[in-house]
Design a protein around this ligand. Structure first.
Ligand code: FCB
Length: 464
C-alpha cells in the first residue's frame, strides 16, 4: 500500500507540552503556567516548567527525528516567548530559539511546520479579558506577523491556530483547560475570535510572503446517533454542529451553519460577529489540518445511558447540554485515554471534507494513541497497541487517497511523551519514551515501526 512519493511523513508536538524553560530568556507567563499552578486543575499537580526539556535538548530531538526519517515536523511557537506580555516588539532571545530549531531541522532535511497558537496565551492577554475579547484576535495577528517576518523566508507551511474547539470550549466553557473559566457565552465569543485571529493572521502573513502556505488545524470527530429515532438524530446534528461544522463552515465556506446559529440563539454570538468578520475568517487557505482521534456516539433520548466525560458540553454548554445530548458507549475498544478507536471514522471524515467542502489540501496534523505505559526491563516499550492504532489509521488514509481525497501528509501525535494538559504526565503519546527524571529518550517499538513505514513509503498489503 504505497503512498505518493511526496507524501509528508511527520510527527507533532506543542511548545508548552515539551519545551520547559518557562522562565528563561525573557519568556513571560502563559495561561497554562497559571492554570497548572492552580491546585486541582492538573493531575498530580504537574506543570510544564521542565516538561521534556526540549528547549535545551532540541538538537538531540532533531537527531531523533532524523533517525526516524521524518520528512516534516510540526511544532508550536510559544507566544509568551516571543511577546512576553502578548504585545509590542519581539523578545529576540525567544525568537532566536525558533531560529535555531528551524536551522537544525533544515540542516537535517526536515521540513519545519510551525503552529502559531497551541493554547499558551500570554497571561497578560488573559488578564485583559482573553479570547472572549475581540482585541485578542488583533494581538494574535500582530504576533503571527512577527514570527513570520523572522522565519517566513525559510519556513513555508504555517498553521495559525490549533483546535479552536478545545481552546474555546475546554478553556472557557467547561474550565477543564486553561484559563479554566466557566462562561458559556464567553466561550462562544472566544471561538469566534480564535477564528477571526486565524483570518487576520493569514491576511498579514500572506501579504508578506504570498508564496507561503497557510492553514488552521481543527479537531474533528466522526459522530454517530445511538439509534435512528429523531431525538438521537437531533443529538448527532447538534454535536456535529458544535464539534465540526461550527469551525469548518466559517473557515471554508464563510458562514456559520444556520441550524447551529438557531441552537445558539440567546448566547450573544450574533453580537460578537461584526460586518466583514466572516470574509476575514474565510481567507483562502492552502491546507486544512485535521486532528482526528475518535468517534462519538450520542443520544438525545432522556434518561438513557450515562453521560461520558468526553465532552465539556456535558454540563456547561446549555445549547447542547445534557437536556439535548448525552454521549454513550459506542462499544469499541478504547485507548488509555478512554477514547474509542475507530479508524473508519477517519475515512468517513476525509471523504466528507472532500465531498462537501471546497477543495483544499488536507493533512492529518494529529493522530495517535495515549497509554500509561512503562519502559520494560529490556529497556524499550512494546507498544503494540499504538502500532495497531497507527497502522489502522494509516490504512484509512491510504483508502482516502485512493478515493481521490487530496490528503498530502500525516503527522502522528506525538514525537515524544509529554505534558498531556489536564492529565499531566500520566498519559504517554510519544513514539519516543521519555524518562521524566533523567530526560533520557528511548524510541519505542512504534518508533521503529513508523521509521519502516516511512522508509518503504507505505504499509504492507493486508491487515496486521
Ligand atoms: C489534542 C491536542 C494535543 C494533544 C492531543 C492528545 O487535542 O492538540 O496537544 O494533547 O490532543
Amino acid at each position: 500500500m504505497s503512498f505518493p512519493e511526496d507524501f509528508r511523513w511527520g510527527a507533532a508536538t506543542a511548545a508548552y507540552q515539551i519545551e520547559g524553560a518557562t522562565a528563561e530568556d525573557g519568556r513571560g507567563p502563559s495561561v497554562w503556567d497559571t492554570f497548572a499552578r492552580t491546585p486541582g486543575k492538573v493531575l498530580g499537580g504537574d506543570t510544564g516548567d521542565v516538561a521534556v526539556d526540549h528547549y535545551h535538548r532540541y538538537r538531540e530531538d532533531v537527531a531523533l527525528m532524523a533517525d526516524l526519517g521524518l520528512r516534516a515536523y510540526r511544532f508550536s511557537v510559544s507566544w509568551p516567548r516571543v511577546q512576553p506580555d502578548g504585545a509590542g516588539t519581539a523578545n529576540t532571545a525567544g525568537l532566536d530559539f525558533y531560529r535555531r530549531l528551524v536551522d537544525a531541522l533544515l540542516e537535517a532535511g526536515i521540513e519545519p511546520w510551525p503552529t502559531l497558537y497551541h493554547w499558551d496565551l500570554p497571561q497578560a492577554l488573559e488578564d485583559a479579558g482573553g479570547w472572549p475579547e475581540r482585541e485578542t484576535a488583533h494581538r494574535f495577528a500582530d504576533y503571527a506577523t512577527i514570527v513570520h517576518d523572522a522565519l517566513g523566508d525559510r519556513v513555508h507551511h504555517w498553521t495559525t491556530i490549533n483546535e479552536p474547539w478545545c481552546a474555546a470550549f475546554l478553556g472557557y466553557a467547561s474550565g477543564e483547560h486553561a484559563p479554566g473559566r466557566i462562561d458559556a457565552a464567553g466561550s462562544l465569543r472566544a471561538a469566534h475570535h480564535l477564528m477571526l485571529g486565524h483570518g487576520l493572521a493569514v491576511e498579514g502573513m500572506r501579504a508578506r510572503h504570498p508564496g507561503n502556505h497557510f492553514g488552521a488545524a481543527v479537531n474533528l470527530y466522526a459522530i454517530s446517533p445511538a439509534s435512528g429515532v429523531d431525538a438521537d438524530l437531533d443529538a448527532a446534528r447538534r454535536i456535529d454542529g458544535m464539534q465540526n461544522r461550527f469551525f469548518l463552515d466559517p473557515l471554508l465556506r464563510g458562514a456559520y451553519p444556520a441550524d447551529v446559529l438557531t441552537d445558539l440563539e440567546g448566547f450573544g454570538l450574533d453580537e460578537a460577529i461584526k460586518d466583514g468578520d466572516l470574509a476575514t475568517i474565510n481567507q483562502p487557505v492552502d491546507h486544512l489540518g485535521v486532528n482526528y482521534y475518535s468517534r462519538f456516539t450520542v443520544t438525545g433520548v432522556p434518561g438513557e445511558a450515562t453521560q461520558a466525560a468526553t465532552s465539556p458540553f456535558a454540563s456547561h454548554s446549555p445549547w447542547v447540554g445534557s437536556d439535548f445530548v448525552r454521549f454513550v458507549d459506542g462499544g469499541r475498544p478504547v485507548t488509555g485515554m478512554g477514547w474509542e478507536i475507530d479508524e473508519s471514522g477517519l475515512l468517513e471524515l476525509l471523504s466528507r471534507l472532500h465531498g462537501e467542502y471546497p477543495a483544499v489540501d488536507l493533512y492529518i496534523t494529529e493522530n495517535g494513541a495515549g497509554y500509561d505505559e512503562e519502559l520494560g526491563g529490556d529497556d524499550t516499550v512494546h507498544d503494540q497497541d499504538r502500532i495497531a492504532y497507527l497502522d489502522a489509521h494509516l490504512r484509512a488514509c491510504h483508502a482516502a487517497i485512493s478515493e481521490g481525497v487530496p490528503l498530502r501528509g500525516y503527522f502522528t501525535w506525538s514525537l515524544l511523551d509529554n505534558f498531556e494538559w489536564a492529565w499531566g504526565y500520566s498519559k504517554r503519546f510519544g513514539l519516543v519514551h521519555v524518562d521524566y527524571a533523567t530526560q533520557r529518550r528511548v524510541p519505542k517499538e512504534s518508533a521503529r515501526w513508523y521509521a519502516g513505514v516511512i522508509r518503504h513509503g507505505g504499509l504492507p498489503e493486508g491487515h496486521r
